[in-house]
Design a protein around this ligand. Structure first.
Ligand code: SF4
Length: 337
């Protein structure tokens, strides 16, 4: 089958799969405590896609051009026996890259199991090295050293390159960007600075809280020599820079100030089987119903995915404005970043 493209000529290459809507952190830019209190009604187990259903959807998307799978959440390592899902995905011909995004809280324990199961690499969210700031940002008083231990365990297990995601919010952790760049200099990790985004409807996003990537770059290069690097592939979200002394890399994900929708080849699958064609989507496509109620085969799922993707026209970050602010956008913790 020739590669299927959407209305803007973009192929589907990358599927981000949320395996749970639960998380043990309450980061204000994603899952604020006010909107997700202790007694929040998270999905019941029977509502979650089973591992076999997830692998069927991935198998169905490979003929369309899918090559990369990223496991997300909530916090994906809260999903029991996720290693079995990774083994199942690893066995699918055509899947070239399996990554996982985590808050790192369970990584120190899980890293060897994940590597044995066939996971290629991990991305760890780390919003500051300052313990007080980190504890305040995860809002569950979780110590930064435990996440740093998780990063070391991932490196030791060969889940590389390890990427570090820092969401930068003005007046909260923006003073820590230089310290992060200096700390990871010379280490085999890729540090990415992410502009604070208006995902979902609960994180109280304001444009004035966004620190543009250009400003972060200026702050970092005032103390650390960086050189621009070529993109690794079309559709890569990060603007890449290398340390001038050649050891290590930094990326900037500038969804607000430098949108990258024109080459966006990503879709997202919620833990209960709804496919979203944009991180800022308002409507998902219910694949779980096709599987459970219509007993759809892999071939029929391919047809359904093709139909959805051919109609896709998303480019939210390019059209972001006051008019889009109050759209009923899906929560990031529901579909993963
Ligand atoms: S805003 Fe939507 S279309 Fe644009 S890059 Fe993000 S996910 Fe892709």
């Amino acid at each position: 089958m020739e590669s299927v493209t959407d209305t803007l000529g973009r192929p589907l290459r990358d599927l981000r799969i949320s395996v749970t809507d639960r998380c043990n952190f309450r980061c204000a830019y994603c899952m604020p405590k006010e909107a997700f209190p202790k007694d929040f009604a998270f999905m019941q187990r029977e509502k979650l896609l089973k591992f076999g259903e997830i692998t069927s959807i991935v198998k169905a998307a490979v003929p369309m051009g899918l090559r990369k799978v990223r496991l997300t959440g909530g916090e994906p390592l809260l999903r029991k026996e996720i290693e079995w899902l990774i083994k199942g995905l690893r066995a699918i011909e055509g899947v070239e890259d399996i990554a996982l995004t985590t808050n790192g809280s369970l990584l120190a324990k899980k890293a060897p199991l994940l590597a044995d199961a066939g996971l290629d690499r991990v991305t760890v969210s780390l919003d500051s090295l300052d313990d007080a700031t980190f504890r305040a940002m995860n809002d569950v008083n979780f110590a930064v050293e435990r996440v740093l231990a998780g990063i070391e365990a991932a490196l030791a297990a060969g889940l590389t390159p390890v990427k570090i995601n820092m969401v930068v919010k003005r007046g909260v952790n923006d003073d820590h960007v230089v310290a992060m760049a200096k700390h990871f200099r010379g280490k085999p990790v890729i540090l990415r600075f992410i502009e604070f985004m208006d995902v979902g409807t609960t994180n109280g996003w304001r444009l004035e809280d966004v620190v543009p990537a250009g400003e972060i770059l200026k702050r970092v290069t005032a103390e650390v020599d960086l050189e621009p690097l070529q993109a690794n592939y079309k559709g890569e979200t990060a603007l890449r820079y290398g340390y001038a002394d050649g050891v290590g890399e930094i990326g900037f994900i500038a969804s607000v100030t430098q949108p990258f929708c024109s080459a966006c080849n990503r879709a997202r699958l919620s833990a209960d089987g709804h496919l979203y064609t944009c991180l800022f989507g308002t409507q998902g496509h219910d694949l779980r119903r096709l599987i459970r109620e219509e007993d759809a085969s892999v071939e029929q799922l391919t047809e359904a995915l093709e139909g959805i993707w051919r109609m896709r026209a998303d480019r939210y970050s390019e059209i972001r404005s006051d008019d889009t602010r109050d759209l009923p956008k899906v929560e990031m913790s529901y579909i993963g970043g």
